[in-house]
Design a protein around this ligand. Sequence first.
Ligand code: ZN
Length: 182
Amino acid sequence: MDEPIYPYVGASVTWPRSGDAAWRQADHPFHVYHMELCLAEAAAAAAEDEVPVGAVIIHPERGVIASAHNQRERLQDPTAHAEMIALTQAANALKSWRLEQCILYVTLEPCVMCAGAAVNARLGMIVYGADDPKAGACRSLYQIPDDKRLPHRLAVVGGVLAEQCAAVLSEFFRERRRWGRK
Ligand SMILES: [Zn+2]
């Protein structure tokens, strides 16, 4: 492989399933950097009156290969979660449904559908921001990425910029209620 074209140069990176304990920490600068990109996507969703959830997928040599936000309202599609759109973008970018080396970053803990899609994509790792006690399928309600009955397991890191990620959502719903929508 030639010189990596990965744009992030700030932190030393151990990729991706190393035993490096720092890599599993929510305050690792590599994770924080990519969660900030997700927050920008979430802001774009809010501006479109979509529930603000943003996701990016990165590949070790190619960097960010997918960047998406929730588009359920615009597309009137129950599968149009940020993660699902990003997984399709990433598969298109790699011309492969296998995303083994890739990491999915997302502002909110993935639901059953998205965690299941990550398993099906053979994804390397999920890194998310805020826990979702109502629908989270990585830690909160289900632990899909760790389920030994499934054919693939992947690492999960939660809580990256959790307060900012949760604040974007709570602000969105507060504004909605103010305008009498729900
Ligand atoms: Zn989902």
